[in-house]
Ligand binder design. Structure first.
Ligand SMILES: Nc1ncnc2c1ncn2[C@@H]1O[C@H](COP(=O)(O)OP(=O)(O)OP(=O)(O)O)[C@@H](O)[C@H]1O
Ligand SMILES: [Mg+2]
Length: 267
């Protein structure tokens, strides 16, 4: 089986050794690719560098970081460096043959830049220029196949390269969904700091596409993106998406056993 695991930036301060041990165990039988974000760390380091971070909301209700050229550089440094190397080191320590890459290396994630973004401020819709965010349009799946067949667990920091060679901020959940689609993954597991999609403080255990679309409108920004990415992965042929917690004992093994998590299927 092929499994794409997204490790949320919300998990960077947690003990990720149990998750790494699951990757080691499951890696004996399955091929695993890891994709990660790291929004919180980008914000922390940018602010330490004296670069104030701004967040904007699109007219359709998606929150994102306003990424000017300086922020794009910091984003690349932190996601491709700090967070990526930290995860690779944790995995190596548990015996996983992990190899860190950013989406720029080998043209792993190619994105289309959105040089101007629409932003909702109160009742007004504004156009902001000079943004370095993008949407992944191409995944170098050949490179991933090469690494998987050589026994590596690729660990991809969700930064992408644009058509003009620019570094772009891309959403980690959606980048992971694109990777899952491109390598024809059997499962896409999106691991975060909550047990799944919550409704009245309870985990929704199963959703089909229609239910997922309806639920997407009712949840907060972080989860909204995950459901959106789950639907994209399903649209690209991934049969099952699991949203689960990356914290605690056997987080990945339990998620694949569909214990205490949200499973979204193509029904
Ligand atoms: N209905 C909901 N059910 C569960 N979580 C929700 C819901 N609505 C909003 N959330 C929030 O979504 C968050 C998860 O998304 P978030 O983007 O913060 O983390 P992440 O994707 O793991 O990290 P990163 O974006 O840095 O990779 C949860 O911590 C929770 O606060
Ligand atoms: Mg997120």
């Amino acid at each position: 089986m092929r499994i794409v695991v997204k490790i949320g930036g919300s998990l960077v301060d947690e003990d990720l050794s149990p998750l790494a041990r699951d990757v080691k165990e499951l890696g004996k039988e399955h091929q695993i690719v890891i994709v990660h974000g790291g929004a919180k760390v980008v914000t922390d380091i940018a602010e330490k560098l004296g670069k104030e971070q701004k967040f904007v909301t699109s007219p359709t209700g998606f929150r994102s970081r306003y990424t000017d050229a300086e922020t794009a550089d910091i984003y690349t440094m932190v996601i491709g460096g700090t967070v990526n190397k930290k995860l690779v080191a944790i995995l190596l320590k548990e015996g996983v043959n992990s190899l860190g890459l950013s989406g720029i290396d080998g043209g792993l994630l190619v994105a289309e830049r959105k040089p101007r973004i629409k932003v909702k401020e109160g009742n007004k819709i504004l156009l902001i220029e000079g943004d370095y965010t993008g949407k992944v349009v191409e995944v170098n799946s050949k490179l991933l196949e090469l690494l998987l067949n050589a026994g590596y667990v690729p660990v991809i920091g969700a930064v992408a390269i644009g058509k003009e060679g620019e570094n772009l901020n891309v959403d980690g959940d959606r980048a992971a969904a694109s990777v899952a689609g491109a390598i024809k993954a059997d499962k896409f597991v999106d691991m975060t700091d909550v047990p799944g999609v919550l409704e009245n403080e309870k985990v929704i255990t199963k959703m089909n596409k229609v239910e997922a679309k309806q639920t997407m409108e009712k949840v907060g920004p972080g989860m909204r993106r995950k459901i959106f990415a789950a639907l994209e992965a399903i649209h690209e042929g991934v049969p099952e998406v699991i949203i689960a917690s990356g914290i605690g004992d056997h987080p990945l093994i339990y998620a694949l056993e569909e214990k205490n998590c949200t499973v979204i299927t193509n029904e």
